[in-house]
Design a protein around this ligand. Structure first.
Ligand code: ATP
Ligand code: MG
Length: 437
């Protein structure tokens, strides 16, 4: 097709044929959050650039390479590359930290990062994220991981491995940084350009570098777990004990450091090998210093975010089930303009009962209308001609069985139609349940 302007690289459309997949992950996300007592928060698509510099961190890939920043008049704004910074800013700015703690919030939102597009990696993508503020206890870490675990289980995902690690606090991390600097300095000439500056400012970032040479060198680097202070090490041991008690299996993976600067102590990733290289479907951790960093009182906090595109991709690969698309319950095929008016009235009555009702808007022949009704997957069809209008009665055709029953077009129409639909649904063992859109 000679379409003049196409969508930008790294963005995607969701057509009506695919939307049920999105409804599924969104509804399961909202529902999981609700059962854990998290409430939804919304925040702007763009924020002052400074917010991300101060939270995500100046040495991260996100800030160095991936942000969409615009100068608008005198101000510098950035499209949100992730949801935590906006959430925490909003929680603080709306005084929510003065309320009873912990505060537990979630979001479903789009994020923007200028990356090289590939399967599971887009420039506009979507996240379900949850944040908890106020608790320093390892029980909070276990609770967040349990919520993430429940989400993935409810979506029916398989072959997902939970990887956990602790990246310590500023005290123990300082010692670790020194050890890393020593290790990487010896191999400095082999490191990529970006890692040269990382070596000075934040050597832990080198462990997250995607260049094969840097990650090869990083293989034998010292491990953070050998440097944890007593408090951090105790926190990590307690978390492992809680996960064991909850029967959530995990792998301790000291290589996981996460791509954002604000993390402290616990970090975790849920990883699948089923969708290729971009296998991290959900990731998170503790960020005890972030609220303070943004100008608030010391408030321990933690959170996670799941990439919705990666969840859907994994569900597709694994053949997990999505909610059903709802179909047309009643299609009315009018012949002539008087019948169109009656069709509009009857459709209105059915819709008021919550059914999907449609009728011809294109002056099609009855044959063409029947074809269209089939395409819609209509459960019932009524053909309206002069005699039906005169008798105030029509044949209601069950499109699956071909069976026809007389239905009055008078006052009892909506109620009679409801009974027909419900009886058919019961016969088909279709409970018209929640998993319908
Ligand atoms: P990666 O290592 O894959 O680049 P990340 O560390 O940058 O991930 P986070 O910032 O932790 O990712 O974001 C949380 C989740 O959001 C990721 O685990 C992933 O599922 C999803 N995600 C991140 N970046 C993208 C992207 N560009 N396209 C699609 N999903 C993404
Ligand atoms: Mg990334």
């Amino acid at each position: 097709m000679a379409l003049i302007v196409q969508r930008p690289l790294g963005t995607a459309d969701v057509t009506p044929a695919e939307i049920h997949k999105w409804y599924t992950v969104e509804q399961v996300s909202r529902n999981t959050a609700r059962t854990f007592g998290f409430r939804e928060i919304r925040f702007p698509t763009f924020e002052n650039t400074d917010l991300f510099l101060r939270s995500v961190g100046e040495t991260t890939d996100v800030v160095q390479k991936e942000m969409y920043t615009v100068m608008a008049k005198e101000s510098k704004f950035t499209l949100r590359p992730e949801g935590t910074a906006g959430t925490i800013r909003a929680v603080m700015q709306n005084g929510m930290l003065n309320d009873a703690l912990p505060q537990k919030v979630f979001y479903l939102t789009s994020c923007f990062r200028h990356e090289k597009p590939q399967a599971g990696r887009l420039r506009e993508f979507h996240q379900f994220g949850a944040e908890m503020l106020g608790s320093a206890s390892p029980a909070a870490d276990a609770e967040m991981i349990s919520m993430a675990h429940t989400l993935l289980e409810t979506l029916g995902l398989k072959n997902i491995e939970l990887n956990i690690n602790s990246i310590g606090c500023p005290v123990c991390r300082a010692k670790y940084h020194t050890a890393l600097k020593e290790y990487f300095s010896e191999k400095k000439s082999e490191l990529c350009e970006t890692c040269h500056s990382r070596l000075e400012k934040n050597p832990m970032r080198i462990l997250d570098c995607k260049s094969p040479i840097c990650s090869g060198i990083a293989k034998d680097a010292p491990l953070i777990l050998d440097f944890l202070c007593e408090e951090c090490s105790d926190h990590f041991e307690q978390l492992k004990g809680l996960l064991d008690a909850m029967k959530i299996s995990y792998r301790v993976n000291p290589k996981i450091v996460r791509g954002l600067d604000y993390y402290t102590k616990t970090v975790f990733e849920f990883i699948t090998t089923d969708i290729g290289a971009q296998g991290t479907v959900l990731a998170g951790g503790r960020y005890d210093g972030l609220v303070e960093q943004l100008g608030g009182a010391h408030t321990p906090a933690l959170g996670f975010a799941a990439g919705l595109e990666r969840l859907i991709l994994t569900m597709e690969k694994q053949g997990a089930s999505f909610m059903e698309q709802s179909k047309c319950d009643l299609y009315i095929a009018p012949m002539g303009s008087a019948a169109v008016k009656e069709a509009a009235r009857l459709a209105g009555l059915a819709r008021a009962e919550g059914f999907t009702a449609e009728y011809d808007l294109m002056n099609k022949s009855v044959k063409a209308q029947m074809k269209y009704a089939n395409k819609l997957g209509a459960a019932f069809v009524i053909v309206l001609g002069d005699s039906e209008l005169e008798n105030k009665s029509a044949k209601l055709k069950n499109m699956e069985t071909g069976e026809e029953t007389e239905i009055s077009l008078g006052d009892s129409f909506a109620e009679d139609f409801s009974i027909h639909v419900i009886t058919t649904r019961i016969a088909n063992e279709d409970d018209g349940s929640l998993l319908k859109i």
